[in-house]
Design a protein around this ligand. Structure first.
Ligand code: NAG
Ligand code: NAG
Ligand code: NAG
Ligand code: NAG
Ligand code: NAG
Ligand code: NAG
Length: 860
């Protein structure tokens, strides 16, 4: 299979395994040289001759430790044999790509020399050298940047002037839009804007730039701008782009300046035109003009072959040395595969070309990007230094394409590039919590706002130092208004006023933004811009928890008062009715039954009916049918009444009776005679109510009172005499605190939530970063992170939260509270019977005494 096998066990192994490459490079490798006769035309024979003679030279002079077999082809539609290790092709773009794809899975080393405007073969698998006419490298350059995804634009606005000839315009457009599906890059939608600059006076150029740029609408043409213009025009375009607000944090501007070269370039002057938040990069001609510059097809062929043979020679030496140090079996295990060999050969050829490559080497373009984001806030830099800088981000050469040291638009890829931004904040839980240790040093920043800031710092890639402002609250502590006592523990709605100091710092850009939650008000909007709302707080009120009513009269509650009245009336009236019917019935006379005893007295009848009501049947039953009918129907009534009572009593035992709570503003105003209320002083709500037109809100504002102290307020709320209105969140804190202190749930929140107050961070008005901050905050809202963070800071749910209005229903065991009423009745009965006994006794005594006094006449 391999004619050039050096005898050895390893090779036998390799062959029997069917490996498609011999084990050692010391055997002659095969290089296929494909020179397309059709593509080269008349140049074909001189080039072929040159290559042949160079290879003879290279084999003799360079490849000292091995050999190489060379096969020549003069057309590209060949089928590549398996033993070929590398290809050198000189062919048109499409043929080059076809060759590459045909040999792709054989891991061949492909060295291609092709026409201009040809997408390069994947750089990890091949070397591509496009043959470029001097001065026309722009299309290839833009194509290279696109295919290597240095910019990945879906749309672009191309502004060009006369430095780009008509022929080049077509090629540039093609290289920006051509579909290179095998490289998986987006095709871009282009909008072309031409500037007429040749022999045009400057003021006309200015006017036409202004005209052209003001017609651009970012919504329709996208945010990417490519300006291919002369050096003199760049400044004008930058000026107008700025004044028309086309340069900002989201738009990308790439200026391609072609009429510069290594002598005539003063890119630094554009520095002054860069401002905070811009994404501007420059790509400019750095071509050297000198007599030593060489180029052309033959030069490239020889250079590549020289690199290849050198790399091959090195590889042979390396492999030979390694294999001689290990046993055959070990070598078998560690020897490089065909893929490894390609990678290492490719690497060393590239290194060689980078170091010693001379062909077309005078042509080069440099890339610089404006380093703008966050520079304004660098305090330690001197004032001249705080303006934007230009940084080198890459370089382009025809032979090896773009080589980047950074992103073309560093801020688009890396945000603030880990710059340190100064922030201002103050302690205001739960929004900003600034933790200090015993010695007063700040150890941690937490709170909702800092959670958001940390996330922003992560995504926008900045670090921050916080300037902590101490104001108001602490010094106010000893003022008469002792409501403030608790405002140091929890935030209240009192953040409405933004301290002048913070506004001042944000306004004059000492700090990048205010990392504090402020209420968005129209008044503050005059001085600063607010970010999107971080949180929306609604107001509600704190009332006493509706109390369970006393259960002493529980046994009475199954029936309403009039039912009870009817029932007692029925008992009292049914007795006499029974008595009269019983009495008038002639049955007793007829049957000769004595009418004495039993039901023959009115009170006995009443007792009987009462006994029947309690389902304690009497001893006597009337004999007459008429009376029995009465008794029977009474029993029926008793059945219904008793069953209803029992059922209802059970229900009342399980469902406790609760006071009617105050849940809405209307109810609060309805209780205005018994209940007072208070608002947090200086809050957004107070300001709003002051100017409210609705009568109920006006009344709410006008009749408010000032609580004497926090303790007084809580006590009165618990007693049901006072109501406090504040952020729902603050009230939850108070409830929690009260619960922890008293272990009782005495407080509840109203159901009405009104006046949503938006809280946001503040930024300077002309800052370019408001929009990207807003985008990030919006994202955080969408994924629900902010809500989750806020929840973490709120008081945890406890039993006071669960049932604001319903007390626990299931699983109620009857206790003394429920039973006390019946015992009370028993006691009453006992008292009554005692009373009756005493009076009976007295009556008896009186009667006997009277009897003794009157001497009875003796009768017989
Ligand atoms: C390598 O090829 C050259 C010429 O093609 C030949 O002279 C030499 O013998 C070959 N080497 C081996 C090891 O086959
Ligand atoms: C780049 O500069 C060189 C040297 O001045 C010049 O010959 C060449 O035409 C320039 N390239 C372009 C695209 O203008
Ligand atoms: C942040 O910026 C630094 C400096 O430019 C960069 O190295 C890093 O990759 C960036 N990080 C992110 C996540 O973009
Ligand atoms: C407080 O923190 C500062 C800074 O981290 C540290 O230097 C100091 O020792 C700490 N003090 C105490 C009492 O932990
Ligand atoms: C920032 O404030 C200015 C001045 O009030 C206003 O014109 C502008 O619209 C605000 N920006 C945003 C994004 O709200
Ligand atoms: C009812 O209460 C008892 C004692 O308090 C408890 O053990 C039981 O789990 C409760 N049952 C239900 C259903 O809540």
């Amino acid at each position: 299979m391999w004619p050039e096998l050096v005898v050895g066990a390893a090779f036998v192994c390799a062959v029997t395994r069917g490996d498609n490459f011999p084990s050692l490079l010391t055997t002659n490798a095969t290089l296929a040289v494909i020179i397309d006769r059709e593509y080269l035309g008349s140049e074909y024979s001189p080039i072929k001759h040159a290559i042949e003679s160079y290879l003879v030279f290279a084999k003799r002079e360079i490849l000292k430790h091995g050999g190489v077999n060379i096969q020549y082809y003069s057309w590209t539609s060949i089928s590549l044999k398996k033993d070929i290790m590398a290809i050198l092709s000189v062919a048109s773009c499409s043929d080059t790509w076809r060759l590459f794809r045909a040999a792709e899975d054989q891991h061949l080393l492909h060295m291609a020399i092709s026409e201009t405007d040809c997408p390069r073969l994947p750089p990890d698998k091949a070397i591509t050298v496009p043959l470029i006419t001097k001065g026309e490298e722009l299309p290839q350059l833009l194509l290279d940047l696109r295919t290597t995804k240095i910019y990945n634009w879906k749309s672009a606005v191309v502004v060009y002037d006369d430095t780009l000839s008509r022929d080049l315009v077509t090629r540039v457009v093609k290289s920006l839009t051509a579909d290179s599906s095998n490289l998986r890059v987006n095709t871009a939608a282009l909008s072309l804007l031409k500037l007429e600059t040749r022999r045009t006076p400057m003021n006309v150029i200015r006017a036409s730039i202004k005209d052209i740029l003001s017609s651009v609408s970012i919504k329709t043409v996208g945010r990417n701008f490519l300006a291919i213009v002369a050096f003199e025009i760049v400044e004008l375009i930058m000026e107008y782009a700025k004044s028309l607000k086309l340069a900002d944090t989201k738009n990308q501007w790439l200026y391609v300046i072609s009429n510069t070269n290594f002598k005539y370039k003063d890119i630094k002057r554009f520095k002054q035109l860069l401002s905070e938040g811009d994404n501007v990069s420059f790509l400019y001609n750095n071509t050297v003009k000198s007599s030593t510059c060489t180029g052309g097809l033959q030069c490239h062929c020889e250079e590549i072959l020289s690199g290849f043979t050198r790399a091959l020679d090195e590889a042979i030496v390396l492999e030979f040395e390694t294999s001689s140090q290990v046993s055959d079996e070990e070598w078998e295990a560690i020897r490089p595969s065909k893929l490894d060999r390609r990678t290492s050969l490719l690497q060393s050829i590239k290194t060689y070309l980078l170091q010693y490559g001379e062909c077309d080497n005078c042509t080069s373009w440099l890339m610089k990007a404006g380093d703008t984001w966050g520079r304004e806030y660098q305090q330690n830099a001197s004032s001249s230094d705080s303006s934007a800088e230009l940084m080198s981000v890459g370089k382009w050469r025809p032979s090896d394409g773009p080589s980047m040291s950074n992103e073309l638009f560093p801020h688009v890829a890396h945000g603030f590039r880990r710059r340190n931004l100064p922030l201002v904040s103050f302690h205001n839980p739960p929004w900003q919590i600034i933790k200090t240790n015993e010695s007063g040093a700040i150890v941690e920043y937490t709170g909702l706002i800092f959670d958001v800031v940390k996330e922003l710092a992560n995504t926008l890639n900045f670090t921050y130092t916080v300037d902590v402002v101490k104001f108001g609250r602490d010094s106010d502590n000893n003022s008469s208004n002792s409501i403030r006592e608790w405002s140091t523990e929890v935030a209240t709605a009192e953040t409405n006023f933004i301290p002048e100091l913070i506004i001042e710092m944000v306004k004059n850009k000492t700090v990048a933004f205010g990392a504090c939650a402020f209420t968005i008000t129209d008044k503050s909007k005059r001085d600063v811009n607010f970010t999107k709302a971080i949180s929306v707080q609604s107001y509600t009120f704190l009332v006493s928890r509706p109390r369970e009513l006393s259960r002493a009269l529980l046994f009475m509650s199954p029936f309403t008062g009039d039912t009870w009245l009817c029932l007692s009336a029925a008992i009292i009236s049914m007795g006499p009715i029974l008595y009269y019917i019983h009495r008038f019935s002639p049955v007793y006379d007829y049957k000769g039954i004595s009418k004495k005893g039993g039901l023959s007295s009115i009170e006995n009848c009443i007792w009987y009916m009462y006994g029947a009501l309690l389902q304690q049947g009497g001893m006597h039953l009337p004999q007459s049918d008429s009376a029995r009918i009465i008794v029977g129907s009474w029993w029926l009534v008793v059945l219904v009444v008793a069953t209803t009572y029992c059922g209802n009593l059970v229900a009342f035992l399980t469902f406790p009776k609760v006071d009617i709570p105050i849940t809405t503003i209307d109810e609060l105003l309805g209780h205005r005679d018994t209940v007072t209320w208070s608002l947090t002083k200086g809050s957004y709500l107070e300001t709003n109510l002051k100017y409210a037109t609705e009568p109920k809100y006006r009344e709410l504002y006008e009749k408010k009172i000032e609580p004497r102290s926090y303790k007084w307020m809580i006590k009165n709320i618990v007693d049901g005499k006072h109501v406090h209105i504040d952020w729902k969140m603050t009230l939850q804190y108070i409830m929690k605190k009260q619960y922890l202190e008293s272990d009782r749930c005495d407080l509840a929140l109203g159901l009405d939530e009104f006046y949503n107050e938006q809280l946001a961070m503040i930024m300077a008005q002309d800052t370019p970063y408001l929009e990207i901050f807003n985008d990030q905050i919006k994202k955080l809202h969408q994924v629900g992170l902010i809500e989750k963070w806020l929840k973490d800071y709120l008081p945890k749910k406890d039993r006071c939260w669960k049932n604001r209005h319903l007390v626990e229903v299931n699983n109620h065991t009857v206790n003394m509270d429920d039973m006390q009423g019946s015992f009370f009745v028993l006691f009453l009965g006992f008292l009554l019977s005692l009373l009756v006994t005493v009076s009976e006794k007295l009556w008896h005594k009186y009667v006997t005494k009277k009897r003794k006094k009157i001497i009875q006449p003796f009768t017989t």
